[in-house]
Design a protein around this ligand. Structure first.
Ligand SMILES: *Cc1c(COP(=O)(O)O)cnc(C)c1O
Length: 425
């Protein structure tokens, strides 16, 4: 029976058998016991299926991964210890030294740095493109060694909406998959696979957890990209892996080739697994995702409209506002709401932004977004401080940008707090 999203949030993943715990148990164990050497050997030879070491698979992690895969409509999902690890694995699974990929330039600061600095040290180059450019301008970035195209459904912190269908077509025209970081939209508001995207990533640290209790990530495979059709571009998937029984992933695992390689090669060798305890916490968050996300959006819409009407505010970027540059794209991809994150700037100096933030009462300054509690951050002084002014603008982050993550408190209280802080300017 195909279930609706709300039911998957509550019931997906853990399916207890008779007499088993109703609630997903925390299998906080590194290892799993077998009574004979042969049974254990069969696991290593892939002759039998079973758990043997938590770096490769753990029942708590697997249940939560299955829920996220079902929410996105994928064939498989791997949980990672952070969103950073998820984006690293998503790229590194199909790129090696000498390869190249194309990425939107309006992406999370940590991802911008991972792609532009750290992957470069591994010999993987990327070209940053502005999604607002014309097709010709963006297509000029593709090279014979390009292996994927990357973007964020709703960019953090700029709030730009990514034209998934347009960019999926473009990626496919060049024989590569589209990878979309769907952290801010969550599968409640957008399922990128329905628009042609091939791989989805998440920082589960944000709305999926929703309570700021764990750092985690996920990579979900749609199973739709035809790796064999471009076999020479993706030898890691289409030729035998000598480190894994000489198996060829596409032949042995079909639609699950990408996600299986990610676990059996990258997780095995690099090992960014989440603690089962963290996956348990993430699962509790997921159980209410479908209730929280609409409230975040409803509150954010009211706050964005209030900010827009406020004479002390210079500009507001929220794709739910009519007249916003991304309003039409949001109507297409996010008809039920986008997210709770608003970017805005105050009239005045950078110091005014800081004074405003320091005057807030329960709206707290924290390095976080997208949880139940309303919070605020100044990217130029916090998350993005490693970027130069030029890079800041390239990443779509104005120096005066205040990122307000609207929570699920009473919206009148949120507005009252913003108002009293603005009165002190
Ligand atoms: C926070 C975030 C990340 C990084 O995730 P961590 O869990 O903090 O490692 C990646 N992408 C987006 C869009 C994010 O908001």
């Amino acid at each position: 029976m195909k279930k609706n999203l709300e039911t998957i949030c509550v019931q997906g993943g853990w399916k207890p058998k008779n007499g088993e715990p109703r609630v997903l148990p925390i299998y906080q164990s590194t290892t799993f016991k077998y009574s004979s050497t042969e049974e254990m050997a069969d696991l290593f030879d892939l002759k039998a299926e079973g758990y043997f070491y938590t770096r490769l698979a753990n029942p708590t992690n697997d249940a939560v991964a299955a829920k996220i895969s079902e929410l996105e409509g994928g064939v498989g999902c791997v949980l990672t210890s952070s969103g950073q690890a998820a984006n690293f694995y998503a790229i590194f699974n199909i790129c090696q030294a000498g390869d190249h990929f194309v990425t939107s330039n309006t992406i999370y600061g940590g991802t911008f740095n991972l792609f532009g600095v750290t992957l470069k040290k591994l010999g993987i180059e990327c070209t940053f493109v502005d999604p607002d450019w014309s097709d010709e301008q963006i297509e000029a970035a593709f090279r014979p060694n390009t292996k994927c195209f990357f973007g964020e459904t709703i960019s953090n912190p700029g709030g730009n909406v990514f034209d998934i269908e347009r960019f999926a077509k473009m990626a496919h025209k060049h024989g590569v998959p589209l990878i979309v970081d769907n952290t801010f939209a969550t599968p409640i508001n957008c399922r990128p696979f329905e628009w042609g995207c091939d791989i989805v990533t998440h920082s589960t640290t944000k709305y999926m957890d929703g309570h700021a209790t764990q750092v985690g990530g996920a990579v979900v495979d749609s199973g739709n990209f035809d790796w064999e059709a471009y076999a020479d571009k993706f030898p890691g998937l289409t030729t035998p892996d000598e480190s894994y029984h000489g198996l060829t992933y596409t032949k042995a695992f079909g639609k699950k080739a990408y996600v299986t390689k990610l676990v059996s090669q990258l997780m095995r060798d690099l090992g960014s697994i989440p603690a089962p305890q963290n996956s348990f916490l993430l699962n509790l968050g997921l159980e209410t995702l479908h209730l929280r996300v609409p409230r975040h959006c409803e509150n954010a819409q009211k706050v964005a409209e209030w900010l827009e009407a406020n004479p002390k505010v210079a500009w507001v970027n929220y794709c739910g506002l009519k007249g916003n540059k991304y309003y039409d794209l949001a109507q297409k991809y996010l008809p039920n709401g986008s997210c709770g994150v608003i970017a805005f700037g105050l009239k005045g100096t950078r110091e005014d932004a800081v004074r405003f933030m320091d005057a807030l009462d329960f709206v707290a300054i924290v390095t976080h977004v997208a949880d139940a509690r309303t919070c605020v951050l100044h990217p130029a002084s916090h998350t993005h401080r490693q970027l130069s002014d030029e890079q800041l603008l390239e990443a779509g982050v104005a120096p005066d940008l205040i990122r307000l993550s609207v929570g699920i408190e009473n919206v009148n209280d949120i507005i009252a707090d913003l108002e009293q802080a603005m009165q002190k300017l």
